[in-house]
Write a protein that binds this ligand. Structure first.
Ligand code: PLP
Length: 354
């Protein structure tokens, strides 16, 4: 960027270099701050960079970090490969552990407690308020990956969580064509820590991408309402299928985590998993391969419906696979839910004949 005169080159205050973001990024940060009810938000080039950036902003050598075993798999890889290399101890806890049980797992060196709610692939809901309160009383910082709720259906900061991170890549972008992440905090000291991390590591996001995210925010509410309503219709149909043992969708009445979801969330997102009754891997593959409307893909939060087999991702979990039979995750897009159900019905026919 260009400065107006020589005095401005080294003046305190306004930005003098574009890396930390100019008007478009500033506008997105302030829009996200009002979405999350935060004192400040910082942007990162991907959701993963926002998670790792928030951790690097607060962790130092000698610290202990407690992480939910239902954490997004690439975040775990960072914890295991990078944090440990810098002398940080990483320990995992069962996502079902409540605040009192987690309190017993804290060590004197514990600096950070990482939640993800609902958890990746297995969708456990955590009592974020109780956990944050317990952690605060012990001087431990809490961080929650809030991607499922898009910063909209659940407000971690209002529940006492210190850092709320989301992959804007998913619902805020909404079209599976952009990468970005955000980290939000209420405590000015933590906003300062995020700010220094962005500055020191050199993370930057393009103004064009920030503009696209701003545009995504304008339709986030109506898209989520459609994703959520369609997902509930598809999930209710799936629950009645003989091939399905359990539907892992906290927004569905009677599903695991529904009580906490009802207490804390203002709506349903469109991502959930189904646990199949025992069947061979070839039958799972036949089911996935026969789908026509559902694409096979890992990203989610976009307009198109997607499916993945979760099995291989459970292999890295510290406490083993949470289910003994195959688990399939579905991203319910913006298509007609009746068409999606017909696609899944054809999938079950393929599963039965495989
Ligand atoms: C996708 C995802 C991320 C990472 O986002 P990217 O922008 O793809 O790096 C982080 N957390 C969760 C829960 C995700 O689903």
């Amino acid at each position: 960027m260009l400065l107006p005169d020589a005095a401005a080159l080294y003046a305190e205050g306004p930005p003098t270099y574009g890396r930390a973001g100019l008007a478009t990024q500033e506008t997105l940060m302030s829009a996200l701050a009002s979405l999350e009810g935060a004192a400040g938000v910082r942007l990162f080039p991907s959701g993963l960079a926002a998670m790792t950036g928030a951790m690097l902003a607060v962790a130092k050598a000698g610290d202990d970090v407690l992480v939910t075993d239902a954490i997004y798999k690439p975040t775990r890889r960072f914890c295991d490969r990078v944090l440990t290399r810098f002398g940080v101890t990483v320990r995992y806890y069962r996502p079902s552990l409540e605040a009192e049980a987690l309190a017993e797992r804290l060590a004197p060196a514990t600096r950070l407690l990482v939640m993800e709610s609902p958890g990746s692939l297995s969708f456990e809901v955590q009592d974020a308020a109780a956990i944050a309160k317990m952690a605060k009383s012990r001087g431990v910082i809490t961080l929650l990956d809030n991607t499922w709720a898009a910063g909209h259906l659940f407000k971690p900061l209002a529940h006492g969580v210190d850092l709320s991170v989301q992959a804007l890549t998913k619902y805020v972008g909404g079209h599976s064509d952009l990468f970005m992440g955000s980290a939000a905090a209420s405590d000015p000291a933590l906003v300062g820590a995020l700010d220094r991390a962005v500055l020191d590591y050199g993370w930057a996001v393009a103004p064009e991408d920030a503009y696209q995210m701003l545009r995504g925010l304008r339709t986030l509410d109506v898209r989520l309402a459609r994703h959520g309503a369609s997902a509930l219709a598809v999930a209710a149909w799936l629950r009645a299928r003989p091939e399905v043992a359990e539907v892992l969708f906290p927004a569905l009445a009677g599903a695991p985590g529904h009580g906490l979801w009802k207490r804390d969330f203002t709506g349903a997102a469109g991502l959930f998993s189904i646990v199949l009754r025992p069947c061979r891997p070839a039958a799972v593959a036949a089911f996935l391969d026969s789908l026509r409307l559902f694409g096979l893909g890992f990203s989610w939060g976009g307009f198109e419906s997607l499916a993945i087999d979760c099995g291989p991702q459970f292999e890295v979990r510290a406490f083993g696979a949470p289910f003994e039979t195959p688990v399939i995750r579905l991203n319910i897009g913006l298509e007609d839910p009746g068409d999606l159900i017909a696609d899944l019905e054809a999938g079950f026919e393929a599963l039965a004949t495989a």
